[in-house]
Design a protein around this ligand. Structure first.
Ligand SMILES: NC(=O)c1ccc[n+]([C@@H]2O[C@H](COP(=O)([O-])OP(=O)(O)OC[C@H]3O[C@@H](n4cnc5c(N)ncnc54)[C@H](OP(=O)(O)O)[C@@H]3O)[C@@H](O)[C@H]2O)c1
Length: 268
């Protein structure tokens, strides 16, 4: 049985990868930072990815044939950039699937392909872009997955914000100018597992086919979330954030068996 090491397996995406990997027959080693979720069949280790020695020791000890790196912290350069470099260094000679983000881009009307280089405008996007650079340098055989907003069945951070805004637990607007191509966590996790089992190297866009603003997402998902769409307010973001980011996923559609569903299909 092959071993899969998942960093951030206690997170939203990592936990879904872990559940699916166990079901698919991998021996799964998962890392957490602050909380251990209840997922059967996973061997858990506490790991801080900024600790280069600890990362190397865990990889050597677990001896995985593949590593899926999902761990991140939104406001931490050291976790996102240095941590990814540590994981890449420790994983040389093993399959590495790194989860990046569409936040490496500034936004434009034309879709971004895998050939587009990062042009981040936020510190989060900058840290994810730096991670990509480190991985290209130390582990050129890795696959770097650029994905978009990750949705679930009402349980993702984005869906919770929409519900909290509609039900008055939170103040604010859903941004109208920031377009993304959201993907369901099950589709992304399935794609990451496929990539753990093949040898595609370099950047790969993995996102849904529908580009929507957060406001459009809220309205589309209202029935699914059990909320009144009239309670949602749209408006511009009160801070600088990337504008329209459409990811061209033609390469992923050719390469992967996983079907990447768009928000319109998910909402139907
Ligand atoms: N969510 C999105 O919409 C979105 C969009 C584009 C890209 N992404 C990318 O997708 C990946 C997963 O996102 P997510 O939403 O699933 O994240 P998440 O739910 O916030 O999970 C983050 C994970 O990282 C772990 N972690 C935090 N600090 C750590 C550290 N210093 N060392 C090791 N582990 C640490 C957390 O552990 P504990 O929970 O145990 O503390 C958790 O398991 C990230 O790489 C993110 O950049 C996400």
């Amino acid at each position: 049985m092959d071993t899969l090491l998942i960093t951030g397996a206690s997170g939203f995406l990592g936990a879904e990868v872990a559940r699916r990997a166990v079901a698919a027959g991998w021996r799964v080693v998962g890392t957490y930072q602050s909380r251990v979720p209840e997922i059967g069949g996973v061997t858990w280790h506490r790991l801080d990815v900024t600790d280069r020695v600890a990362v190397a020791a865990l990889v050597e000890d677990a001896d995985p044939s593949a590593v899926v790196h999902t761990a991140f912290a939104r406001n931490s350069w050291s976790v996102n950039a240095d941590g990814a470099a540590n994981v890449a260094l420790a994983s040389v000679g093993r399959r590495l699937v790194h989860v990046s983000s569409d936040a490496v881009f500034a936004g434009r009307t034309a879709p971004y392909t895998e050939q587009d280089t990062p042009e981040p405008i936020t510190s989060y996007g900058g840290s994810k872009a730096a991670a990509e650079t480190a991985i290209h340098a130390v582990h050129p055989d890795a696959v770097i997955v650029r994905n978009s907003l990750i949705l679930g069945d009402g349980d993702s951070a984005h869906e919770k914000i929409i519900r909290d805004l509609a039900e008055g637990r939170r103040d604010g607007v859903l941004f109208t100018e920031e377009l993304r191509c959201p993907i369901h966590v099950a589709d992304l996790a399935s794609a990451l597992l496929e990539l753990a089992g093949n040898d595609h190297a370099g950047v790969l866009n993995v996102a849904g086919p529908d580009a929507v603003s957060r406001y459009e997402l809220g309205v589309l998902f209202a029935a699914r979330l059990g909320i009144d769409p009239d309670r949602l307010r749209g408006g511009p973001a009160p801070f600088a954030c990337p504008g329209e980011i459409r990811l061209d996923t033609s390469l992923a559609l050719d390469l992967l068996h996983t079907r990447l569903r768009g928000v319109r299909e998910l909402a139907a």
